[in-house]
Ligand binder design. Structure first.
Ligand code: ATP
Ligand code: MG
Length: 261
């Protein structure tokens, strides 16, 4: 199933909140992998009220991926948010940014592994400007979504170097999209300025966002969650059209192979 990575250029535009809102609302089995090299937020935020083991997560799985045993070791590293249904799973991130260097050799293998899993995998990749960002993992992603707050033309300008970097690093640019968080300039203005499609526009909704950070109750049916569900449709339309384009390319390649008689 698809591997969808969310990242930011810099600042805190709401990557972790967007990734969790999608994980909790999308109508498909979903696994949220916290791959932010600056550290995961869930165990100290949304999941802080639960007594959960702090020794599981992305770090031991990165070691397993390098050794080629990730498929056997995955289940022991996950937290099932609606146990025992395994519809919404979390792979917790590192607890200390100093551990990011240890993740670095595993990024590419983790990406390859995630792209083979049955659920939709949503990666919280954090800020591209952080040390040891999961760039090698992004090469395996079906979609890489840059999250930004479109308050004004000026506030979206840090996205330009990040988009240029992603265009250089990704195998093709069809997999690049934007997630806009909150109000500001129109979606059309963002697309015109950045030349990247917008696949989701998430509502600014402080009470739900606070609940997703583990503070207060919030409204799990509020505007943020409704806009995340609406985003599912456009993300899957983009995935379907990418798959269609890839199939026709593959057909064209096969057609052009000379038949040896
Ligand atoms: N849609 C939203 N509506 C209101 N507040 C939001 C929304 N999304 C995020 N926030 C708030 O913005 C702050 C940053 O959000 P979040 O931690 O998700 O950002 P981030 O991009 O993951 O940051 P970092 O790079 O530091 O991990 C939090 O206080 C969060 O509650
Ligand atoms: Mg974050």
């Amino acid at each position: 199933m698809p591997l969808i990575a969310m990242v930011s250029a810099k600042g805190s535009p709401g990557v972790s909140t967007a990734a969790l809102a999608c994980t909790l609302t999308w109508p498909a089995p979903t696994l949220l992998a916290e791959c932010d090299p600056a550290g995961g937020d869930l165990l100290s935020g949304y999941l802080s009220k639960y007594e959960l083991p702090s020794d599981r997560g992305i770090l031991p799985l990165a070691g397993s991926a390098v050794r080629g045993t990730a498929d056997m070791d995955l289940a022991g590293q996950l937290i099932d948010l609606d146990s025992p249904r395994q519809q919404r799973m979390v792979l917790p991130g590192i607890s200390d940014p100093a551990q990011a260097a240890s993740l670095n050799p595993g990024w590419a293998r983790l990406g390859e592994f995630f792209s083979t899993l049955p659920p939709t995998v949503i990666v919280d990749g954090g800020r591209l400007a952080a040390p040891f960002p999961p760039i090698p993992l992004l090469a395996s992603a079906d979609l890489v979504l840059l999250v930004l707050r479109p308050k004004s033309i000026r506030t979206i300008s840090p996205a330009i170097p990040a988009i240029n970097r992603l265009r250089r690093e990704l195998p093709d640019e069809d997999r690049l999209g934007l997630v806009l968080v909150g109000d500001g300039i129109t979606t059309r203005e963002v697309v015109h300025n950045l030349q990247v499609p917008v696949l989701m526009r998430l509502a600014w909704d402080t009470s739900t966002a606070a609940a997703l950070c583990g503070e207060g109750k919030g409204r799990m049916r509020g505007p943020l969650m409704r806009s995340a569900i609406a985003g599912y449709r456009s993300v899957h339309t983009a995935l379907a059209s990418r798959r269609g384009a890839m199939n026709s390319l593959a057909r064209r390649d096969t057609d052009s192979i000379p038949v040896i008689r």
